[in-house]
Design a protein around this ligand. Structure first.
Ligand code: ZN
Ligand code: ZN
Ligand code: ZN
Length: 456
């Protein structure tokens, strides 16, 4: 079947190339054929809805969808403005299909999580971006999650947080900070000034006087007695403004309880559920964009259910991270406590782009070789662990700086084999020796954090 381009335009477009097929609505396209690439020539406000309809249809979830003209506001679910030549479109389409075929070992994405990951995977550099929608009670939403959730109710912020905790997503730019009703999470809130005494809404600014003798503040009428100015509290006669009395700057009084006050209380009433609360009871949410992590890319490549690199590294008898940290802490304590305690070293190995190595038989062989050589190099008493898919730790008791440095160099040479000619994998080694490199107060977790940022 030939390469099919569909143009959606409410009015027939005269300048449309003859090989494109024209449709006047998304519904018409969905009832008809299945195109390889879709081009939208619709008004901006209609475009968004059209994109959601297309992304919710199984045939167009990941298809390249362009807009005929570039849009003032970028549309998250589109692939931007139409490229100028057909060759670019065909090339982009081929690249996308190839990446999609490589996703999750060829399994078509089904669940929300897989769909969102597949989207990011097929569009390197894309992010899950937040969009403002003043009609929504939460003001911001994520069109990508909305489209792939397929009308299922999804708590988007919670969903994003879970995937972030699993290390699959990472938040990027801070878009906004919003406050939500503590009872129903709505952000349609009304902030009102109320009387600090009786909390009544009916307050008003009112001219007031302030007696210097006793400090009494009250509406100015209450200071008038028989045509004279007199403090109703201490009965002092007030003659000169500035020396006997003055006018407080902002004075307000409550019509319900007649109290005068300077600062009103602020109450927040939810316009959706009527819940009244003080501003510090509101929930605060940061709205951010999200992108996928290296770990997520690795999962996309290797499958969501299995982690192939584990098959390789497990031959190193990896121990759990907690045990590893415990052992390292123990070494740190001994090094601090006993001067002359034998030196001990820690090596961090970081493989950036490990998923690239695993895509080719050569890369897989190189990783296989690397793991085998690490296994030969380390001793029975050494311990290995992994913090992330692409970060390996070696704890080498009774190894001084010289010994660790030699081992580090040997590992760096082995890592070069993995990197290949195209530099698709970029690995780094960091070496640390106790007690010389130890910082005061540093524990195992802090030390590993320091080394991780050195190699990261
Ligand atoms: Zn009051
Ligand atoms: Zn007074
Ligand atoms: Zn509410």
């Amino acid at each position: 079947m030939s390469f099919q381009i569909a143009l959606i335009s409410e009015q027939p477009l005269d300048s449309c190339p003859s090989e494109w097929r024209q449709f006047n609505s998304i519904a018409e396209l969905l009832n008809d054929t299945s195109a390889n690439v879709v081009i939208l020539s619709l008004a901006e406000n209609v475009c968004e809805q059209a994109l959601i309809m297309l992304r919710q249809d199984h045939r167009y979830q990941f298809t390249l969808i362009y807009t005929l003209k570039s849009q003032a506001k970028p549309l998250t679910l589109s692939d931007g403005a139409l490229p100028t030549d057909i060759a670019t479109i065909q090339k982009d389409h081929a690249t996308l299909m190839q990446r999609l075929a490589g996703f999750n070992r060829g399994r078509h994405p089904e669940q929300l999580e897989e769909c969102v990951m597949a989207w990011l995977w097929t569009r390197p550099g894309a992010s899950i971006s937040a969009q403002r929608d003043t009609k929504s009670a939460q003001i911001y939403f994520y069109p990508l999650i909305h489209a792939f959730a397929n009308n299922e109710p999804v708590n988007q912020l919670l969903w994003l947080r879970l995937l972030t905790e699993q290390g699959l997503l990472v938040s990027t730019d801070l878009v906004d900070r919003i406050r939500l009703c503590a009872s129903c999470n709505s952000s349609r809130l009304n902030y009102v000034d109320v009387c600090p005494q009786c909390k009544d809404l009916d307050i008003a600014k009112e001219p007031a006087l302030h007696c210097f003798t006793c400090g009494h503040v009250a509406p100015q009428e209450s200071f008038l007695k028989d045509g004279l100015m007199m403090c109703p509290n201490c009965l002092t006669r007030l003659r000169h403004i500035g020396s006997d009395y003055d006018r407080p700057l902002e004075n307000q009084s409550c019509r319900a309880c007649r109290t005068s006050f300077i600062d009103a209380d602020v109450h927040v009433r939810c316009l959706d559920c009527d819940h009244a609360q003080s501003p510090d009871e509101l929930r605060v949410r940061e709205i951010r964009h999200y992108t996928m992590t290296e770990k997520a890319r690795l999962r996309c490549r290797q499958g969501f259910t299995e982690d192939i690199s584990r098959e390789y590294f497990n031959r190193l008898n990896l121990i759990g991270l907690n045990d590893f940290t415990y052992l390292l802490d123990w070494q740190l304590q001994q090094a601090r406590r006993y001067p002359g305690f034998p030196e001990c070293s820690l090596i961090a190995l970081q493989f950036n782009g490990l998923e690239n190595a695993l895509t080719t038989p050569e890369g897989q062989a190189a990783l296989d070789n690397l793991v085998e050589r690490i296994k030969e190099t380390i001793r029975d008493t050494d311990r290995c662990s992994r913090t992330r898919e692409d970060q390996l730790w070696l704890l080498l008791p009774h190894t001084d700086y010289q010994g660790a440095k030699i081992l580090g160099q040997r590992l760096a040479e082995l890592l070069l084999l993995l990197e290949g000619d195209d530099n698709s994998v970029n690995s780094k080694v960091a070496v640390f020796t106790l007690p010389g490199d130890l910082l005061a107060e540093e524990n195992a977790a802090l030390l590993m954090g320091r080394l991780a940022s050195e190699v990261g």
